[in-house]
Design a protein around this ligand. Structure first.
Ligand code: GDD
Ligand code: MN
Length: 384
C-alpha cells in the first residue's frame, strides 16, 4: 500500500504538467549497476543533476532483481524524471554483464560507468566528457592510484588486495594503466562497441575487461579521485568476487583455447585429487582401513567435494539449490564413474600400445576430465 502511494505521489506532478517539448536526446549515458542500493538512488540522481547542469544526460540503472525494492524505487523516480531509466534483470547476476547490457540498451555517443553507492566522484563527469569531446582520447578513467587520488578509508587488507589485483591485471592488460580495476570511467560509444563481442563479462572488472578486449591500445587519460566512504547499503565484494577476478584473468589468458569454465573445472579437479589423497592417507594410517575401503571413501569424498566446489564456483551463476542439489550430486557421481572408467580404459590401452607411462596417464586424465566436464554441464547443471 505504502509503496503504491509513493509511486502515485511521485507520478502526479508529471501528469499535471502541460505536455512538454520532446525530451532532449542525451549525449551522455551513465550506466549504474545496482544490487540492493535502495537508499542510494535518490541521492545519486540529485548529485548527477547538480554535477551536469549543461549536459543532456540520462542514467541507466541495471538492477539484478534486488531484494530491497531498488528497481521499484528507480521506476518511481523515472515517472517524474525521463532522464532516469531502469533495466531489471531476473535470474541473472554480475556487475560486468549488467554494465554491458546497460550500454547496449542506450544510444548516447558517450557512456560512463559508475557505482550507485556514491563512492565515485560525480564531479569528474563534466571533465571526462570535455576531454573525450575535444582531445584525442578514447577512455577517461577515474583513478584512485593517479597522483591526487586515493583509496579513502579502506582497511589495509582491502587496500593490499586491490594493489595485488592491480599488479595481476598486467597479465592481460596491453598497456600501463594506473588503475585498471577502477569501476569509474567514460568512453566514446564506438570504443565500447568495437570491443563488446570480445568482452568476457566475468565478474566485477568491466574496465579491465574492456582494456584487455580492445583490438588496439586505447588512448587513455587518468583523472584522480578520492574513493568515498559508503553510507548506505553494503559492499558486494566478497571471496566470490575475488574468484571471479581469477575467472576473468583465466578467460583472457586461455579463453581462446579452452572455455573458462573448463579451466575452473580442471582447477577444482586438482583440489579433488588433494582431497582424495588426504582421505586415502587418513583411511589407511589413522583408521587402519583396508585399501579398497579407504580408496572407495576417498573417491566418494573427492567426487562430493568437487561437486560442491563446482556448484559454488564454476557454476555460481547456475547454482543448484534445495532438492536439486541432491539430484545434481547423484548425476555427478554417475558421470564421474563413467569418466573414471574411460580414463582407466584409455590410459591402459595407450600403455599397452607402448606409450610412456606418464603420457598414457595424463591422456587418460584429460579424457576423463573432458567427459566429466561436458556431461556434467549438460546433465548436472543445465538440466532445469
Ligand atoms: N547489477 C548488478 N549486479 N550490480 C552489482 C552487482 C551485481 O551482481 N554486484 C555489485 N553491483 C553494484 C553495486 O550495487 C554497486 O552499485 C556497484 O556495483 C559496486 O559494487 P560494490 O559492492 O559497492 O563494490 P566496491 O565498492 O567494493 O568496489 C567498486 O569499486 C572498486 C574500485 O573502483 C567496484 O566498482 C569495483 O569494480 C572497483 O574495483
Ligand atoms: Mn562500493
Amino acid at each position: 500500500m505504502h509503496r503504491d502511494t509513493e509511486v502515485e505521489h511521485l507520478a502526479r506532478p508529471a501528469a499535471a504538467q502541460p505536455p512538454k517539448a520532446a525530451n532532449p536526446v542525451p549525449i551522455l549515458t551513465i550506466v549504474v549497476p545496482t544490487l540492493n542500493e535502495r537508499d542510494n538512488i535518490k541521492p545519486l540522481i540529485a548529485l548527477l543533476d547538480a554535477a551536469l547542469p549543461n549536459v543532456d544526460w540520462e542514467v541507466m540503472f541495471v538492477d539484478d532483481d534486488s531484494t530491497d525494492d531498488t528497481a521499484r524505487r528507480i521506476r518511481a523516480l523515472a515517472l517524474v524524471d525521463p532522464r532516469v531509466r531502469c533495466i531489471q534483470r531476473i535470474g541473472r547476476r554480475g556487475l560486468s554483464t549488467a554494465c554491458i547490457e546497460g550500454v547496449l540498451a542506450c544510444s548516447a555517443p558517450y557512456v560512463a560507468v559508475m557505482d550507485a553507492d556514491l563512492q565515485h566522484d560525480e564531479a569528474l563527469l563534466p571533465r571526462m566528457l570535455e576531454i573525450l569531446r575535444h582531445e584525442n582520447v578514447d577512455l577517461v578513467i577515474g583513478s584512485r592510484y593517479a597522483d591526487g587520488g586515493g583509496l579513502g578509508d579502506w582497511a589495509d587488507r582491502r587496500a593490499w588486495i586491490s594493489r595485488l589485483g592491480t599488479m595481476l591485471a598486467r597479465l592481460i592488460c596491453k598497456q600501463e594503466i594506473s588503475d585498471p580495476l577502477s569501476g569509474f570511467f567514460m568512453c566514446r560509444r564506438e570504443v565500447f562497441e568495437s570491443a563488446v563481442r570480445r568482452l568476457s563479462g566475468q565478474g566485477f572488472k568491466i574496465l579491465l575487461d574492456l582494456l584487455a578486449s580492445s583490438s588496439r591500445p586505447l588512448q587513455v587519460c587518468d583523472l584522480p579521485f578520492e574513493f568515498r566512504t559508503r553510507r548506505h547499503g553494503e559492499s558486494k565484494l566478497d571471496t566470490l568476487v575475488i574468484w571471479e577476478y581469477f575467472a576473468l584473468l583465466a578467460d583472457k589468458l586461455f579463453g581462446q583455447v579452452v572455455p573458462v569454465r573448463f579451466v575452473l573445472f580442471a582447477l577444482i579437479g586438482t583440489v579433488g585429487l588433494a582431497v582424495h589423497m588426504s582421505i586415502l592417507w587418513a583411511g589407511l594410517h589413522v583408521a587402519a582401513l583396508k585399501f579398497g575401503m579407504a580408496q572407495s571413501l576417498a573417491t566418494l569424498a573427492a567426487m562430493s567435494s568437487n561437486f560442491f566446489l563446482n556448484n559454488i564456483l564454476t557454476y555460481r551463476d547456475q547454482r543448484l539449490r534445495g532438492w536439486r542439489i541432491l539430484r545434481g550430486l547423484f548425476t555427478f557421481y554417475g558421470i564421474c564413474a563413467i569418466g573414471a572408467t574411460a580414463n582407466v580404459g584409455i590410459a591402459s590401452y595407450l600403455f599397452n600400445a607402448n606409450q610412456t607411462w606418464w603420457v598414457a596417464g595424463i591422456l587418460g586424465v584429460i579424457v576423463g576430465a573432458v567427459w566429466n566436464y561436458a556431461m556434467s554441464s549438460i546433465f548436472t547443471w543445465r538440466a532445469s
